[in-house]
Design a protein around this ligand. Structure first.
Ligand code: DGL
Length: 279
C-alpha cells in the first residue's frame, strides 16, 4: 500500500462510534435522545448491569469500573463518551477526563432548570444516595438554590426495579409513594429525575404527583451538549448509524428490555470480563 493510500485508509477522527455508558439499562433513556438528535451517528452502549446498582457502592469500585469501561470504549474506536449515569458522572468524570483526550460528556441532576421553573419555589430531586451525597449536588444547590427549597431524596431500590423491567408493578409504586409523598406534601411542583433509570418510571411518577407537577430530566440537554462537543466531527444525518450493545449482566434480558423500550436490536453482546485486556 502506498503512503497516500495508507493515509486514505486511516480512520478519520469523526468516524468512530459514540460510547454511552451506564451502570445498567437506565442510560438507554439518554441513548434514545442521542439517536433522535444525531441520527447519522453510530453508538456503542455499555450497561454494567452485572454490577448495578452503583448508587450504594463505594467510590473506588465505581471509579475502577468507569476506568475499565471507558478504556474498552476507546479501544473500540469511540470518538466521544457520554456518561449516561449521574452516579458515574459525579464520582468519576474528572478522573476519566484526566485519562482520555476524547470528549467526555457527563450528567448532573437538572437542579438549575428545575429551580427556575418552580412556581412554588420547592423542588424535589430524586437520585441515588451516591449522587445526592456528592459535592457536585451540593454545589448545584448552592449556586441555583437561592430562594428555592430543594428537597434531596435518595431512592434506594428504584434502579433494581427498572433493571428488572418493573415499571408498573405495585412494588415499584410502593417505593415511589414513599419517596414522592413527603416532598409533594411540602409543596414541590417540580421533580428532577436525577438518575437515568427513573425516566422509565415517568408514567407512575406523573400519576402519583398529579397534573400540576412537572418532571424534568436532562437527556435532550445532553444530546445538545454532545452536538456542541462534536461540532465539525459529526456524521451527516443521512449516513447509516447503528447501535451495538454490551452488558456485564444478561444479554437476553437486555435484548428483551431494548425490545420493550426502544426497538429490537440484534447486536447485544456480553462485555468481556476484563474489558481492558480483551478490548
Ligand atoms: N443510572 C444511574 C444514575 O443515573 C443509576 C446508578 C445506579 O446504578 O445506582 O445514577
Amino acid at each position: 500500500m502506498t503512503a497516500q493510500a495508507a493515509l486514505l485508509f486511516t480512520a478519520p477522527e469523526f468516524s468512530g462510534p459514540i460510547g454511552v455508558y451506564d451502570s445498567g439499562v437506565g442510560g438507554l433513556s439518554v441513548l434514545k435522545a442521542l439517536r433522535d438528535a444525531l441520527p447519522g451517528e453510530s453508538f456503542l452502549y455499555v450497561a454494567d448491569s452485572g454490577h448495578a446498582p452503583y448508587g450504594d457502592r463505594d467510590e473506588e469500585f465505581i471509579e475502577s469500573r468507569a476506568i475499565e469501561i471507558a478504556s474498552f470504549m476507546v479501544s473500540r474506536g469511540a470518538k466521544a463518551i457520554v456518561l449516561a449515569c449521574n452516579t458515574v458522572s459525579v464520582v468519576a468524570s474528572a478522573k476519566l477526563r484526566s485519562l482520555h483526550s476524547s470528549p467526555i460528556v457527563a450528567m448532573e441532576p437538572a437542579i438549575k432548570p428545575a429551580a427556575s421553573h418552580s412556581r412554588s419555589k420547592t423542588v424535589l430531586v430524586l437520585a441515588t444516595a451516591k449522587t445526592i451525597a456528592s459535592p457536585s449536588v451540593e454545589n448545584l444547590c448552592r449556586m441555583f438554590g437561592e430562594g428555592v427549597r430543594i428537597i434531596l431524596q435518595p431512592c434506594p431500590g428504584l434502579v433494581e426495579q427498572v433493571e428488572n423491567g418493573k415499571f408498573e408493578e405495585d412494588s415499584t409504586g410502593i417505593l415511589l409513594e414513599k419517596y414522592l409523598r413527603p416532598g409533594l406534601a411540602e409543596g414541590a411542583d417540580t421533580i428532577v429525575l436525577g438518575c437515568t433509570h427513573y425516566p422509565f418510571l415517568s408514567a407512575q411518577i406523573a400519576r402519583i404527583a398529579g397534573p400540576g407537577v412537572t418532571l424534568i430530566e436532562p437527556s435532550a440537554a445532553i444530546a445538545r451538549q454532545l452536538s456542541r462537543v462534536l461540532e465539525g466531527k459529526m456524521e451527516p444525518d443521512d449516513s447509516k448509524g447503528n447501535a451495538i450493545f454490551y452488558t456485564s449482566g444478561s444479554a437476553p434480558n437486555m435484548r428483551e428490555f431494548l425490545e420493550k423500550t426502544l426497538a429490537p436490536y440484534p447486536e447485544v453482546h456480553l462485555l468481556p470480563a476484563s474489558p481492558i485486556l480483551l478490548g
